[in-house]
Design a protein around this ligand. Structure first.
Ligand code: E4P
Length: 218
């Protein structure tokens, strides 16, 4: 399973990249705003800055909601760097735009996926990735992980190339369950990536190894 980091924070992106386990980055307008990145030019420059840190797919989200606007924005974003993936909302004009980008060889990430039907349509349009939002489904007492499993089965039934990019991931168990089901990618905040490191038996075991070494070499 590939790991993307779900943030626009450059320090966090560098930290995850330096761990050597990072395959890509996802952003969205809310994550940009959280970092205080506003204004078209600053946002575009921020995408370039991220591309210079991580050598992997970097999702850049369009804000247009009509076909012509999405195409114009997406085609411009795609010129910023070879690793840019155009993140397009799951709406009718978004599906049409994904089909257009697919024909032109531009990578896409269909975002705001909350049902298997939406995932099927995006795959039919040739999306490179689809982003089902696990955490937001869990938030409304729906089972986000069931959706990942349902989409996995549908894509396997028809050998769709579209990759399942599990999004809105909130904690380490989400990551483990995505891996068990066979999500292709999980996009995860740094805190949840680092939570995978922790186990109390690792800490106590290491403490004892170091203490025993010190005893034998004192
Ligand atoms: C990533 O592509 C999504 O935009 C993101 O994971 C949404 O996460 P949230 O539900 O925590 O805002």
């Amino acid at each position: 399973m590939k790991f993307f980091i779900d943030t626009a924070n450059l320090d966090e992106i560098r930290e995850a990249n330096n761990m050597g386990i990072l395959d890509g980055v996802t952003t969205n307008p809310s994550l940009m705003a959280k970092e205080g990145i506003t204004g078209e030019q600053n946002i575009l420059q921020h995408y370039v800055d991220i591309c210079e840190i991580v050598d992997g797919p970097i999702s850049a989200e369009v804000i247009s909601t009509d076909f012509e606007g999405i195409v114009k924005e997406g085609e411009y974003l795609a010129t910023l760097h070879k690793n840019i993936v155009i993140k397009v909302p799951m709406i009718e004009d978004g599906i049409k735009a994904i089909k257009h980008f697919t024909k032109k060889g531009i990578s896409t990430n269909c975002t705001l996926i909350f049902s298997a039907g939406q995932a099927l349509l995006a795959a039919k349009a040739g999306a490179t990735y689809i982003s089902p939002f696990l955490g937001r489904l869990d938030d409304i007492s729906s089972n986000g992980m069931d959706l990942i499993a349902q989409i996995r089965q549908i894509y396997d039934n028809y050998t769709f190339d579209t990759q399942i990019l599990a999004a809105s991931v909130r904690h380490p168990m989400h990551i483990i369950q995505c891996a068990e089901i066979g999500a292709d990618v999980a996009t995860v905040p740094l805190k949840a990536i680092k939570a995978l490191l922790n186990h109390p038996l690792t800490d106590s075991g290491l403490e004892k190894f170091l203490a025993d070494y010190a005893k034998g070499n004192s």
